[in-house]
Design a protein around this ligand. Structure first.
Ligand code: SAM
Length: 239
């Protein structure tokens, strides 16, 4: 290979000592229920976007021009995603998740609610951002309850890192927001620190933000709040 070329897996991504890219997720083999399997078969061709290293035309993807475009990273089972899309028909939402049962579940919810403003991609969000999202295309990014990777030796796997936030910023319009929510205080402090260090962002709240009405309280969160556990919302804007 010529000296000035880098192989595909040796890009700017952080790597471990065996030169594997460090991922923010572990691919669990979770079994699909028959309903999720059916939803994937019928829903994926309509609402799924296949991963390809080619820029997406977001207006064309949603079939309308100039509607705000919000990206969600790691939608899990997709319950909040579907609720947010249903409550905000003026916006278009693109959800990214690697976990198959979550993808199946969200496709089921899309069909059940007749949503037309939600699409999803089953792939690593870092690669989707790098290769599929045009610069300056997004009005907002939701990252709700990202894996906190509690142990210190796993902190390198946390999604929110300086280089990742820089990548995210390049995809935001001026004025667009990044909204992170977490129930792990030490990760909340980490996120606040990493986002505050990014010169292209400004904190919308001067600290933690009150939960905006558009983010629904999850069952899990309600239970935690009853037990006195905290949840932190962090919202920054691109300047
Ligand atoms: C703790 S769960 C939270 C799920 C959901 N947002 C919620 O609030 O219930 C984090 C999710 O992020 C997904 N995830 C983590 N890193 C990701 C990445 N790089 N690309 C896509 N999904 C990712 C995981 O598969 C997991 O489902």
């Amino acid at each position: 290979m010529p000296e000035n070329e880098t192989p595909e897996n040796e890009t700017m991504e952080p790597q471990d000592s065996k030169h594997r890219p460090i991922r923010s997720f572990v691919l669990r083999q979770g079994r699909l229920t028959p309903a999720q399997q059916r939803a994937i078969e019928t829903g994926m061709p309509k609402f799924g976007v296949e991963y390809r290293p080619a820029l997406l035309e977001l207006d064309a993807l949603f079939g309308r021009n100039d509607s705000p475009k919000v990206l969600e990273i790691g939608f899990g089972m997709g319950d909040s995603t579907a609720q947010i899309a249903a409550a905000n028909p003026q916006n278009d939402y693109l959800g990214i998740e690697v976990h198959g049962p979550g993808v199946g579940n969200l496709l089921k919810l899309i069909e059940a609610s007749g949503l037309t403003n939600l699409r999803l991609i089953q792939h690593d969000a870092v690669e989707v951002l790098k290769h599929m999202i045009p610069d300056g295309a997004l009005d907002g990014v939701h990252i709700f309850f990202p894996d906190p990777w509690h142990k210190k030796r796993h902190h390198k796997r946390r999604l929110i890192q300086g280089a990742f936030v820089q990548l995210l910023c390049s995809k935001l319009k001026v004025g667009a927001y990044i909204h992170v929510a977490t129930d792990w205080q030490e990760y909340a402090e980490w996120v606040l620190e990493v986002l505050s260090a990014e010169a292209q962002l400004v904190n919308s709240a001067g600290g933690y933000a009150p939960r905006p009405d558009y983010r629904p309280l999850t069952k899990f969160e309600k239970r935690g709040l009853k037990l006195g556990h905290g949840v932190w919302d962090i919202i920054f804007r691109r300047i």
